[in-house]
Design a protein around this ligand. Structure first.
Ligand code: GAR
Length: 203
């Protein structure tokens, strides 16, 4: 196999998707190696999970920086210092500056708990239940300047039950997130899918 892609994961919270990526990346034939878990929240529980797995972590609060651009420059420095090839956002609840997104375009992916382009932004499960959809799900996509609008790499669907709360729906979708995120990272890392002229192109 060619060299594993050096991959960083950005988190803000509990990091269950991060844990799924770390777990998948232990496989000898997985084409990505997790070299850093970065958080904008110093108390993010996911940092402890990553440390327990022996992964390098770094936390920097965005509140310490004068602007979005300055914070993203600090993230970029952390990534560049470790020769990072790919970035996975896994519950990273900060919007990036355009400069950062442009620099990492085609190399940065995100997971979102809806079937995009439906239900972007926050309170996603509340939006799905309020809309009365019978199916929801999750999406892994390339990150582009359009919020939750980048080209789609992978999706999975789940039913929405009549008695679902945002919590029960979130839990059903999360199981699928943990399944498709490692698959999507694998496809990006081994070159099976790439971003070309604003579209996801599959080999
Ligand atoms: C996940 O459901 C992820 O899809 C969502 O945050 C949760 C993080 O959980 N991300 C977004 O809403 C991004 N727009 P986790 O920290 O346990 O992976």
């Amino acid at each position: 196999m060619t060299t594993k892609k050096r991959t960083a994961i950005l988190i803000s919270g509990r990091g269950t998707n991060m844990a799924a990526l770390i777990e998948a990346a232990w496989a000898p034939d997985f084409p990505a190696k997790i070299v850093l878990v970065f958080s904008n929240v110093e108390s993010a529980p996911g940092l402890k999970t990553a440390q327990a797995a022996g992964i390098r972590t770094q936390a920097l609060s965005h509140k310490e920086f004068p602007s979005r651009e300055a914070f993203d420059e600090a993230i970029d420095e952390a990534l560049t210092a470790l020769d990072v090839d790919l970035v996975c956002e896994a519950g990273f609840m900060r919007i990036h500056s355009d400069a950062f997104v442009q620099k990492w375009e085609g190399k940065m992916i995100n997971i979102h708990p809806s079937l995009l382009p439906a239900f972007k932004g926050v309170k996603v499960h509340e939006q799905a239940i309020a809309a009365g959809v019978r199916i929801s799900g999750c999406t892994v996509h390339f990150v582009t300047p359009a919020l939750d609008g980048g080209p789609i790499i992978a999706q999975a669907a789940v039913p929405v039950m009549l008695n679902d709360t945002p919590e029960t729906l979130a839990a059903r979708i999360l199981i699928e997130e943990h399944r498709i995120y490692p698959e999507a990272l694998k496809m990006v890392a081994d070159g099976h899918v790439r971003l070309e002229n604003g579209r996801a192109v599959f080999l």
